[in-house]
Design a binder for this molecule. Sequence first.
Ligand SMILES: *Cc1c(COP(=O)(O)O)cnc(C)c1O
Length: 399
Amino acid sequence: MKPGAGKPDAVLGAKSAFEKRLPIVSPEGVPGEEFLADVRQILQSRQLTNGAFVREFEAAAASFLGVPYCVAVSSCTSGLILTLQALGLRGEVILPSFTFYATAHSVLWNGLRPVFADCEPGTFCLDPQAVRAQLSANTAAILAVHLYGNPIAVTELEAVAAERGIPLICDAAHAFGSEFRGARVGSAGAAEVFSLSPTKLLVAGEGGLISTRDPELARRLRAARNYGDTGAADPEVVGLNARMSEFHAALALRGLPGIAVRIERRNQIRVRYERQLGSIPGITFQEIRDGCRTTAKDFSLIVDQAEFGQPRDWLVERLLQRNIEVRRYFSPPVHRQKLYQEIWDGRPLPVTDWVSDRVISLPIYSSLGDEDVDRICAAVSELDREAERVSDTRKVRAG
Ligand SMILES: *Cc1c(COP(=O)(O)O)cnc(C)c1O
């Protein structure tokens, strides 16, 4: 992206920080010409889906994640749906509301009842205490999310699940390459499900990956992704076609080698943002869990109106005017969305509402340059000064 520095304001418009809209996301690890050789090989093999590339990708991913079994599927959503089905659940699933709605969709697809629990105020991940408060005689599973790649409270949530004798499943859509206490995320609970879609860490174009330590669950999932057929043409379960094609597997395989470097770069960007924006009144960030490493799948500011002087949406509008693409991940929270507000049990989720009302997600991807980050920070700082000028609350505070 060409920065607009040095150009006269008349050309750029007084407020543009970038000549062209700076995108919030850019696909990671997309291969060049070398991928064309893979395509040729696939075409020559006449095996277009669920073949040697898929097997190689599953083995490489299992070795990267340090987990015995990986099952490649067509998306994280289909992976979550099939995992909940393969576990044979009946009743309620406790999950966060501060997440992408696909997490909750997988529960509804199985005819299970989503029960929302609040998130932790610092990490924005599912709060084990809030989960305990939502347990009932009908609780069948806990479905947690490594939010923005920040690992969940694995130990505490596994303990709650174990006490109840129910499975913990992780939506690890954001967390391919995250680390929990020195080990890569992927081994928690009964299974973890990653997304390989273009906005995530490892890109297959479209795709998902289920990791598990349970050989029997892996076997059932392999059948489930193939209409439920284990090979006897006599399906045991109502499966889907949720297979991964060879082309997608080849793309993901090409993306795997550079992933640690890209995650390192994303964390540099995260820290660069935090250093430059951390002193602005009313702006805070997600806390990364102790001893853990995030993928920084997203980078979000939390804007507190009382301190900043203006609401979150005031800042969103002005960043968009300055050609910086920003989003509200995740706002509204799932329990306030049309599909879910009737299903929600009405028990308050104060932290979820608080975060969701204040969140702004800024551009982050490994190809984003320091200069771009600095330009975004300069725009936020300039808006901070404007907020101070026009705000009554801040004038009172300052005076
Ligand atoms: C993107 C995402 C999904 C869905 O992933 P797909 O591969 O697009 O199905 C699920 N959960 C979360 C938290 C996500 O961000």
